[in-house]
Design a protein around this ligand. Structure first.
Ligand code: NAG
Ligand code: NAG
Length: 473
């Protein structure tokens, strides 16, 4: 089957034209980012191109351990470069912080500067052996590759871990919101950036962005069938500088392999439920809810009378292998009271598999871009509850533009608690209304075409082929 082809290609050995070009991935050390570049590594590797993946030892280990749907340690796969960096401060998240951005990760983000020297050394060593080195780095790792990119046979490409909608909205705002004739691309009431980041992170972001102008091109985990209009905008905007943009997504696998023992529990539970009857609830790896909010959510889910799987955990720490996590308190007797209706999962949930399961009919999500793409791929509509960063804007894309979701929390009300009543009505609206069914139908259609886009002749497959042709030329 053509669709699975992309995932099953094994790199062949021996000297091919493409073997003279090697790719070096430089991910940013947070789960959504690590995962996306690891998934892209798999795709690049299927074109018989060598891939080196560079990161701190603990972050490489995290990326490999949590990957879904394939085994990154499989023979002849990616070359991981585990870099030992000095220990960094690893505080737990603060559930009561006013701004939900995971400020406790800042020391880990800052510590990525220790990769600058090792990355330069690696790229220099490779550049003596290969015809061309292609560095694909997270947009937040610009400073780390600043030396490496100066070598004569090195080309660098930015990976934008966010939606093309978000990236192009930035340009649109900077140019006074009037470059576009078709104003339907951006609603006038697009959410403000207030409350999206901490000041410390905004500075970090600005420092990394200083290096963007040295790039040859940009790659995105998106599909033209979803964000074609925004990709066109980005293309138009940088045409003069000759910067190219490729929508290579979805990076995640579009078909799910046999379920493993480890993941059985959730999936066996889903097997018992009717098609589209379960809402999956998860806020990703950078969200920590306070006790009161957890309680309201718990009650709202129960009162909605819909089936649910709730992945309840705190945000990751900078080093996910360091020490215990807080176990959030649920109301007394809660889990018994939802027996057979709701399943609370406290450890790592197999999200992609859950979304792909026929019983899953909705996803209550923070709208991190990784989660959005996984949900879109699997054809599942979203109940959007943005927490920080690009999530408020992704919410607009999902609900207003693609019309495959409802809003749980409006960004203007970000400082307020989401009551159980609000949760209940949002869940019912998505899971048990004709409006929700309409969204589910649209999401299913979109999912089908996105899955098809990675097959032979599909639009994402063609983008990938164009990118590969470009970097190997
Ligand atoms: C991160 O680095 C910046 C710039 O050096 C510094 O101002 C900031 O205090 C650091 N933050 C943390 C939490 O280490
Ligand atoms: C998303 O877009 C906003 C506004 O255009 C921009 O400031 C922000 O940095 C972008 N977010 C990310 C994570 O790139």
């Amino acid at each position: 089957m053509a669709m699975a082809n992309q995932q099953q290609h094994q790199p062949c050995h021996g000297i091919t034209e493409q073997a003279q070009v090697v790719v070096v991935m430089v991910p940013f050390p947070a789960q959504g980012h690590l995962n996306q570049l690891l998934q892209l590594s798999r795709l690049v590797l299927s074109y018989n191109i060598r891939v080196h993946y560079v990161g701190a030892t603990t972050h490489n280990r995290q990326a490999k351990q949590r990957v879904h749907g394939w085994d990154p340690d499989a023979a002849a796969s990616i070359h991981f470069h585990d870099i030992e960096i000095p220990p960094f401060h690893c505080p737990p998240p603060n559930p009561n912080a006013k701004i939900k951005f995971p400020s406790h990760l800042q020391p880990a983000f800052n510590a990525s500067s220790h990769l600058t020297e090792p990355v330069s050394m690696l790229v220099r060593a490779l550049s003596g052996k290969a015809r061309k080195i292609v560095v694909i780095h997270d947009s937040l790792m610009g400073s780390v590759i600043q030396e490496a990119r100066l070598l004569p046979n090195v080309e660098s490409y930015i990976f934008h871990s966010v939606s093309a909608f978000n990236v192009s909205s930035h340009a649109w705002e900077q140019q006074g919101k009037n470059i576009i004739e078709d104003s339907e691309l951006f609603p006038q009431d697009i959410p403000s950036l207030e409350g999206c980041f901490t000041a410390d992170f905004a500075d970090f972001f600005a420092r990394q962005s200083n290096y963007q102008k040295f790039n040859t091109g940009c790659v995105y985990n998106t599909c033209k069938l979803v964000e074609g209009a925004y990709m066109d905008l980005l293309e138009k905007e940088t045409a003069e500088e000759g910067i190219k943009h490729w929508a290579l997504g979805p990076f995640n696998p579009v078909t799910i392999p046999e379920r493993s023992e480890k993941k059985r529990f959730c999936l066996d539970w889903l097997d018992k439920h009717a098609r589209n009857s379960v809402i999956y609830v998860s806020f990703g790896t950078t969200t920590t809810l306070d006790d009161e909010q957890i309680k309201e959510l718990a009650i709202g889910l129960r009162e909605s009378k819909q089936k649910f799987i709730w992945a309840l955990r705190d945000a990751d720490k900078g080093d996910v292998f360091s020490g215990e996590e807080r176990s959030a308190e649920l109301p007394e007797g809660y889990e018994d009271s939802v027996d057979g209706i709701g399943l609370v999962v406290r450890n790592w949930a197999p999200q992609l598999e859950i979304l792909a399961h026929p019983a899953t009919g909705g996803f209550m999500s923070h709208c991190g871009w990784n989660s959005c793409m996984e949900s879109i791929t699997m054809g599942v509509p979203i109940a959007a509850w943005p927490m920080h960063s690009d999530q408020p804007r992704n919410t607009v894309l999902i609900t207003k533009i693609l019309k495959i979701g409802v809003v749980v929390k409006e960004w203007e009300l970000r400082d307020e608690i989401v009551t159980s009543k609000i949760v209940e009505s949002a869940v019912k609206r998505l899971m048990a209304s004709t409006e929700g069914d309409e969204m589910r139908r649209r999401a299913a259609e979109m999912g089908e075409s996105v899955r098809g886009s990675v097959a032979e002749g599909g639009v994402s497959r063609m983008e990938m082929e164009s990118f590969v042709a470009h970097i190997t030329s």
